[in-house]
Design a protein around this ligand. Structure first.
Ligand SMILES: C[S@@+](CC[C@H](N)C(=O)[O-])C[C@H]1O[C@@H](n2cnc3c(N)ncnc32)[C@H](O)[C@@H]1O
Length: 249
């Protein structure tokens, strides 16, 4: 668009915005009213992410990311909280499955550790680490990434997911950890390359304006069509997926 036309368009918008709505209406310049329907409310449709309505939208994207990288789930695998994704995406490729938890009391946990240090975990231990919905819960996320890189075996792969656009999951005090960060593709690339070196990091984002609004309102994935869920708009990063590989020494 030529510069002149660009300036003209922009100034028209400014003038239009300044006009009182009654005059805009007379001039036929008023904007079409929006039908907010059920979305016009101050409380989310399901304040619990949509759990009561079906599959939570960020879980839809997490599973899409893990499915795209299922081949990396092999050998000795570490997961956080439970081993459901290890079983689902690794299957018979998995030789040993470990579950890490931050505090005692999780019956599934085989390792208790704070990933900002984790001195109790040996270096070069795991072939794959499934690290979903956790990085945002760790204030010193840089230290945690360094640990994850350290405890991976050479050629080992970290599969990490974290929220871009999301309501707060963990109100302080709910768990012995908080919720500190939201990520973008740009911040993720820089911070993962700091820990894993450039060229070993692949960042994928998921979402669009409709799934972002639906996720915030707690609308379930089944309430949208496959094409609506899978439409990718890089300006609306609902979920960030990062595959980071540890290079051999
Ligand atoms: C929301 S849960 C995520 C669990 C599961 N991976 C998922 O996808 O639902 C957050 C996890 O973060 C872990 N966590 C929080 N702070 C941590 C830390 N400093 N070191 C290690 N794990 C931590 C907790 O143990 C918990 O399993």
């Amino acid at each position: 668009m030529s510069l002149l036309r660009n300036v003209k368009t922009k100034s028209k918008k400014v003038i239009k915005a300044m006009l009182p709505s009654s005059l805009k209406e007379k001039m036929g310049l008023s904007v079409d009213p929006i039908d907010f329907g059920d979305l016009r409310r101050l409380q989310a449709i399901d304040p619990d992410f949509g759990f009561s309505r079906g599959k939570v939208i960020d879980r839809y994207y997490i599973e899409k990311f893990l499915q795209e990288h299922a081949g990396d789930v092999r050998g000795r695998v570490l997961e956080l909280g439970d081993s459901s994704y290890t079983k689902r995406y690794g299957g018979s490729r998995v030789t040993k499955s470990d579950v890490l938890h931050y505090t005692k009391g999780n019956p599934q946990a085989t390792i208790i550790a704070d990933l900002t240090t984790a001195t109790n975990i040996e270096s070069n231990t795991f072939d794959c680490i499934i690290f979903t919905q956790t990085l945002q819960m760790i204030y010193d996320h840089h230290a945690a990434l360094k640990t994850l890189q350290r405890i991976l075996r050479p050629n080992g792969v970290l599969l990490c997911t974290a929220n871009g656009i999301s309501k707060i999951c963990r109100v302080l005090g709910t768990d012995p950890w908080g919720e500190y960060w939201r990520y973008t593709a740009q911040s993720s690339k820089i911070m993962f390359e700091e820990a894993f070196k450039a060229g070993n990091v692949k960042v994928t984002t998921y979402g669009n304006v409709l799934t972002a609004i639906a996720f915030l309102h707690g609308v379930a994935a089944e309430e949208l069509s496959e094409s609506e869920l899978n439409y990718h708009d890089s300006k609306y990063e609902v979920l960030i997926g990062v595959r980071a590989e540890k290079t051999a020494p």
